[in-house]
Design a protein around this ligand. Sequence first.
Ligand code: AMP
Ligand code: GLY
Length: 459
Amino acid sequence: MEKIVMYPGDNKKDTVNFKDIQAQYITAVERNVLVLGSGGREHALAWKIAQSESVSKVYIAPGNAGTASVGENVAINISDFQAVKDAVLKYHINMVVVGPEQPLVDGIVDFFKADSDLKDVKIIGPDKRGAQLEGSKAYAKNFMEKYGIPTAKCFTVTADNLEDGVKYLATLNAPYVLKADGLAAGKGVLILDDLKEAQAELKEMLSGKFGAASAKVVIEQFLKGIEVSMFVLTDGDNYVILPEAKDYKRIGDGDTGLNTGGMGAVSPVPFVTPDFVAKVENRIIKPTIEGLKQEKIDYKGFIFLGLMNCGGDPYVIEYNVRMGDPETEGVMTRIDSDFADLLDKCAQGKLNEAHYQASKETSVTVMLVSGGYPEAYKKGMKITGLEDVCPCCIVAHAGTKFDENHDVVTSGGRVIAVTAHGKTIEEAREKAYHNAKLIHFDGKNFRHDIGVDLMNYHA
Ligand code: AMP
Ligand code: GLY
């Protein structure tokens, strides 16, 4: 059946297929979104998506005790793409948002595109080739070199040219940066002060210190500066720059101790001025998207730019093909417009038509972690005090689950992220810390200095 449609205000006539209208109507009345992942990032994404009036229901697979309060958890292993497919069909999912990098690197987007039942389901994330920007450091470095994107100079080593790598290290000044090429659960980067130690570590990495991930190692020049995480959502052509954030990676106050997945975040970041953003857009974002196009990579998803601000000039330390954690927990609270609609437009290649607005307020996120983390820690500690937290804060669960009594207990190293807003970092910090202290579990640990370095920051 065909219908003639008159557009108001002009004389343009068009024919549309009645079935198309019906399909649009169905998606308008029932829009189900599936978020893949189980951390604080996914809780924050699901929380924000669930606020959209156009979204009927959010499902989270596998989710955690917190995500169950914004949607329905689906107990599947997200590395099992057939199980993801079954869930998509069972729950009439219209859009899938992939939280972590692993399924993207393993080709979940390609799996969807190749499946006749799934090819029309919207999915946020790059295909397998695009995911190499995160999945292979060597690939990312070649890409940056090819498209003139500022990054640390580097040299790639395998067992075949190990001696060249050892010599290359000797041409650099300390500290020495060694990166496993592949995904290594955030542990594949070593920064060493001693040349001999760096040369010995290079050999160990190539002999399997990080398994297959370090069969190839990238040696990098050390960049001195301040780090910032910037987030871009692109449909492969258009892009939106989401709020940036500063992540606090070390376990101890004053940036001491071991690296973690992230102990807190602040957004916005004072040194990310309009001038700095313009440099990032012109030198990094536009050439990256142009490069993806040249490589014929279909990229509809997030690009997380791990940047070093070196005296006002941005350099790419790493690309990630997903949002950051814990940055997302703060970033989502600063998006004032409809996020599900933004993702929907992204998936359709129509990001230029989307409305996007960020709040001017500052968010501070404090991560509560298990005692011992990032080394060995206990699980199953009962979490109390959640109901005492001010509703003005956003509590994103990371490593939590329900036990057999339906109590919320710890199930990971990073447990809960508490985010508060304020007009200033001071105000947001005070609220975030006051409320973070109301939540209890045995062994609870957190950093006390999230945002302190930025309070008196003058560019
Ligand atoms: P990556 O996994 O590549 O983000 O590296 C982990 C961390 O190591 C980064 O967040 C930085 O703090 C640090 N890092 C990585 N590469 C460099 C570099 N070239 N210069 C200085 N620090 C670096
Ligand atoms: N917070 C850094 C990351 O998500 O990789």
